[in-house]
Design a protein around this ligand. Sequence first.
Ligand SMILES: N[C@@H](CCC(=O)N[C@@H](CS)C(=O)NCC(=O)O)C(=O)O
Length: 221
Amino acid sequence: MAEEVKLFGMWASPFSRRVELALKLKGIPYEYIEEDLSNKSPLLLKYNPIHKKVPVLVHNEKPVTESLVIVEYLDETWKNNPILPQDPYERAKARFWAKFIDKKLLPTVSKLGHMAGKEKEEAIEEAQQQLKIMEDELKGMQFFAGQRIGYLDIAANVLIWFRIVGEFIGETILTAEKFPFIWEWIEKLMEIDVVKECLIPKERYQDLMQLNRNASKHASN
Ligand SMILES: N[C@@H](CCC(=O)N[C@@H](CS)C(=O)NCC(=O)O)C(=O)O
């Protein structure tokens, strides 16, 4: 049976990029459907009624949601070019760190844009402590997965997005001086063709952040 694979995503979503990266690394043909998150399509609401978020993968009419769940589903369904480590202990560790990124690091970074003063300083301090943990994890490695890109590298691609956000809000949280291994890893990652195809366009993203900033200033006046 011919496989039908659709991805509902959004250009600025680092979570959508995770799934696209996994699809491309495995060479799975797919149809990409761009969602307007300010006017969600009936299909997105049908396929992800709980969270109503992108990404959603629809494989032969069956929806799978949550970026890391989708990456694991793809890896289990298409066995070529494995993404998760083959060894159960290494697999457990990769999942642990991916959860750390989503449950700890991302919430800290996401709130930075809306903070000011002491509160912001504390959040930056917290983000840097969390990044230091990731930096130590990467020490001496080419990629989080070892010699080549794998599950944790896909999960951690949000750090590329983080660098774009940091630059916009004028905070030098993730710099080459403070986090040389993460910096080097991002540079190396961005040389890989499939990663290049999945990068969030920096200028367009920063324009979007500027629009959001203007809109919230306007609303508070
Ligand atoms: N935990 C989710 C996060 C997905 C997510 O936050 N998606 C955002 C775009 S970056 C979204 O669809 N937001 C729409 C909304 O919150 O209404 C995943 O890993 O897939």
